[in-house]
Design a protein around this ligand. Structure first.
Ligand code: PEP
Ligand code: MG
Length: 582
């Protein structure tokens, strides 16, 4: 029983599920180094950690070097070459190892002491160039220390903890999941940040945008994270814990009832059929295609594979991952999205830009890196010999990018033909509509491709000028802003006029409150995080298309997000009363 006073914090529900457990507060800051001694028997492990951190740092820097060369040319990339050379300095690392082995100091302290010595010598130089280089040396030092500490961090925190942090990057989210984390709760972050999307993919409940949770919780505190409501309860009282267990049961019961309709078609009471598909990030998740009763994968985010591997995955590595997904989803189709790095999905902290979401992202990166693009296209084409694959291009802002991408696709096909490697000759290619310029010319884009898919996560942030991951402005990130709804209506109508199907793969497609509206606007396919799919199917099977059209017509006349949301909620509740509305 807890004696401390219960504190309830309200944040943004980012990944569903209710858990009760102990907190682990993860403080992310510039590396701090303490002079810690170790005992003789710890030497081999400490030396191994040092070596792992140096290896990891080198791989990171190679990746940054490669990216920088592609982006700004090899001259400017030289600074990273110099940093890699420091890592290869046998004398320097000999002295560092000696400090660990002979002086019995922890690895990060040894790194700090030895590299700082070099750094100081350079700082004292009369040559300005030399003094400048001292910063590069410091960067390398911090990178190695960070990597040593990250390794220790994972082995230090108890499995089955609730991780509390100011912010989590997509990489942290995946890294911690290896330690069987129960839930995430963060000060910052928005519901469509990629860290939030990843926690949903990993089935880890999470609440973001809690503002000050890191100041209110200590490691070891008891805590409840409610990923349905966005509430986090610190030091919960016994009755609160009981209530939380009750609600968890209600959700489980509702979910078990949804399983009964798994094999049924997503068809309205008056006969309109739509496609419901899954958004996935890892090949393991492809099992949800059948388990959740979907009609395939509507968005396979390939970034996960690239973020998990140290270097760019080879064509064969990609092929085997893509093929595994296609085979698991069979006989349904898989829409594979080409790499969408940039924005908050950084490959390395060093490739920072002032405005990453308006910067080098998605298709822009691929068109600048032909080899990366061609390798991925070949791997996807090869996977298409094993089932139905469609290819989708992210962050399209104009026709030229589509035409260039199609040329790359032709080249990739030719390369495979020359080697007699089989693939689907009629593979479909589509564009994501997630940049306002693309939304405005959706009709023209539809004529160039086989299908469109609306990426509302980005479309909303770019249309409304509201960063999708920034909780300070999260109340302005409005799915139901009339401008968003009118834009979606135009995209659907323009695509249909061009005779092309249109799907939606942003989070809005899996929002029960948005469903009647999107159905009524004529959306053909809804692709969503798999866990929500049965509930969405239940709603579709409980309503009529005619009523949904009527609702959409009414919403298009409404002026504010609040009115629209209330109207949709009331209608949803009266049409499907058994839904567990939070
Ligand atoms: C989107 O922007 O809606 C989308 C599906 O892509 P991502 O969330 O990966 O940027
Ligand atoms: Mg997007």
């Amino acid at each position: 029983m807890e004696s401390k006073k219960e504190i309830v914090l309200h944040g943004i529900a980012a990944s569903p599920g209710i858990v009760f457990g102990k907190a682990y507060v993860f403080a992310k800051q510039a590396p701090r180094v303490e002079e810690k001694s170790i005992v003789e028997s710890e030497v081999p492990l400490e030396v191994e950690r040092l070596q792992n951190a140096v290896d990891r740092s080198e791989k990171e820097l190679q990746k940054v070097l490669q990216l920088t060369e592609q982006k700004v040319g090899s001259q400017k990339a030289k600074i990273f070459e110099a940093q890699i050379m420091i890592l290869a300095d046998a004398v320097l690392f000999g002295s560092i190892r000696k400090r660990v082995q002979k002086e019995l100091k922890c690895a990060e302290f040894a790194v700090h002491r030895e590299i700082s010595k070099y750094q100081q010598l350079m700082m004292n130089s009369s040559d300005e160039y030399m003094r400048e280089r001292a910063h590069d040396v410091e960067d390398v030092k911090n990178r190695i220390i960070r990597n040593i500490q990250q390794e220790k961090l994972i082995s230090r925190f108890e499995p089955n903890s609730i991780v509390i942090s100011e912010i989590l990057t997509p990489a942290d989210t995946v890294l911690f999941s290896r330690n069987e984390v129960l839930a995430y709760a963060t000060d910052m972050g928005g519901v469509t940040s990629h860290a939030a999307l990843l926690s949903r993919s990993l089935n880890i409940p999470s609440v973001v945008g809690l503002k000050e949770i890191t100041k209110q919780v200590l490691t070891g505190d008891s805590i409840i994270v409610d990923g349905y409501t966005g509430n986090v309860i610190i030091h919960p009282a016994a009755e609160t814990i009981e209530r939380c267990i009750e609600r968890k049961k209600e959700h489980e019961h509702f979910d078990s009832r949804l399983k009964e309709i798994r094999e049924f078609t997503a068809q309205t009471t008056d006969g309109k059929i739509v496609h419901l598909s899954c958004n996935i990030e890892f090949s393991e998740e492809a099992v949800s295609v059948h388990a959740q009763g979907s009609t395939g994968v509507g968005l396979y985010r390939t970034e996960g594979l690239f973020l998990r591997t140290e270097n760019y995955p080879s064509e064969d590595e990609q092929y085997s991952e893509y093929r595994a997904i296609v085979e698991k989803a069979h006989p349904h189709k898989v829409i594979m999205r080409t790499l969408d790095i940039g924005g908050d999905k950084v490959v390395s902290s060093s490739s920072s830009e002032e405005n990453p979401f308006l910067g080098w992202r998605g298709i822009r990166v691929l068109l600048d890196m032909p080899e990366v693009f061609l390798t991925q296209l070949r791997a996807m084409l090869r996977a298409s010999a094993h089932g139905e694959v469609w290819i989708m291009l992210p962050m399209i802002s104009g026709i030229k990018e589509i035409r260039q991408s199609k040329e790359f696709l032709e080249q990739a096909k030719n390369e495979l033909r020359e080697k007699n490697i089989p693939f689907d000759e009629n593979i479909k290619i589509g564009a994501m509509i997630e940049v306002p310029s693309a939304a405005i010319i959706a009709g023209e884009i539809a004529q160039e491709v086989d299908f469109l898919s609306i990426g509302t996560n980005d479309l909303i942030q770019y249309l409304l000028a509201v960063d999708r991951g920034n909780e300070v402005v999260s109340s302005l990130y409005q799915e139901f802003h009339p401008a968003v709804i009118k834009t979606i209506q135009n995209i659907i109508n323009d695509a249909h006029r061009a005779g092309k199907p249109v799907s939606m793969c942003g989070e809005m497609a899996g929002d029960p409150v948005a469903l009647l509206l999107l159905l009524g606007l004529g959306l053909d396919e809804f692709s969503m995080t798999p866990h929500i799919l049965p509930e969405i199917k239940k709603i579709i099977r409980s309503v009529s298309f005619a009523e949904a059209e009527e609702i959409a017509r009414h919403v298009l006349e409404m002026k504010t997000e609040d009115d629209i949301k209330d109207f949709l909620r009331v209608n949803l509740h009266s049409m499907v009363p058994e839904l567990l509305m939070e």
